[in-house]
Design a protein around this ligand. Structure first.
Ligand SMILES: [Mn+2]
Length: 299
């Protein structure tokens, strides 16, 4: 199997000396609408084959850095809780090292074990949730406590993450109830809708907020749900929400906040629903550029 951007392969136990690592989490058992994110890690690696290690936008060259592809975490199909534990354990091992980490999901529920691992290692962290959805349902579907639609609420309940350290960027989902945003803000989450992202003042406010937060924590994780993009730019997602931002706008946003990140996940890419590999290439380029932003100026 090809590796991401042709990076060398490495094992989880052998990451000393690398400045960054990528890994895949082929898991979509907690997606409530369309399935497919379990195919995303392979698809993102395949799409990355046509790109070179130099990133013109950033004047950044991966050839100057040691980055490894750890492959996919071995999960236990059909045993959701075992799979979530394996994700937590593996991310826990990797994030103990001072290495930048990029994870290819997976449906959004994988960010629950990721957040558990990061708070387990680093205590208080900050979490930037780039998503058309808040994922703050108490149960979704009714009766289900853990799914990709409840994941942010479960993270706050089961980790030491202070709600004031969570920023949601890009909310606009039609399917949410009026209570979902009220409930999230009542808990102390900072929510910026897609519409608000188009104001220069708001972007400056977000940038200042994240800069301040990053100074107070040992780890800052960015979770990028591909559905923050308009379906014109990423049709292959589990829950499309028209009215989103463009790939270029997401890259610009990541250029502002990425330098503060220690880890990042890209979730909810559903290759079976893609058209002309538009979403696959968007995900690959978002991964390449944001990892470049995270590494740039680190040496
Ligand atoms: Mn979403």
């Amino acid at each position: 199997m090809s590796t991401f951007l042709n990076f060398p392969k490495a094992k989880t136990a052998e990451i000393k000396g690398f400045e960054a690592v990528v890994m895949g989490v082929p898991f979509d058992e907690l997606s409530t609408y369309r399935k497919g994110p379990k195919y995303a890690p392979k698809t993102i690696r395949k799409a990355s084959e046509c790109y070179d290690p130099y990133v013109p936008d950033l004047d950044f060259d991966f050839s100057m850095f040691n980055v490894a592809d750890l492959g996919d975490i071995e999960l236990v199909p059909g045993n959701t809780s075992k799979s979530l534990s394996k994700i937590k354990d593996t991310v826990g091992i990797v994030s103990k090292e001072r290495v930048k980490l990029m994870i290819f999901g997976g449906d959004h529920s994988i960010t629950l074990p990721i957040a558990k691992a990061l708070t387990g290692n680093h205590g208080e962290i900050a979490l930037i949730w780039i998503d058309a959805h808040l994922d703050f349902w108490d149960e979704y579907p009714p009766g289900t406590r853990i799914s990709h639609a409840t994941v942010l609420k479960r993270i706050l309940e089961t980790t030491d993450l202070p709600p004031g350290n969570v920023i949601n960027l890009g909310f606009r989902a039609f399917g949410s109830s009026p209570e979902e945003r009220r409930e999230a803000e009542k808990h102390g989450l900072k929510v910026f809708s897609t519409k608000e992202l188009f104001s220069k003042e708001t972007l400056e406010q977000i940038s200042a907020l994240i800069q301040k937060l990053s100074g107070n924590v040992k780890a800052l994780h960015i979770s990028v749900d591909m559905d923050v993009l308009d379906p014109a730019f990423a049709p292959g997602v589990t829950n499309p929400e028209p009215g989103g931002i463009s790939t270029r706008e997401l890259l610009s946003l990541l250029e502002i906040i990425g330098p503060y990140a220690t880890s990042l996940d890209i979730v909810e890419l559903a290759p079976p629903y893609d058209v002309s590999e538009i979403s696959a290439h968007a995900a690959a380029v978002i991964a390449i550029q944001s990892l470049g932003v995270m590494l740039k100026n680190t040496k």
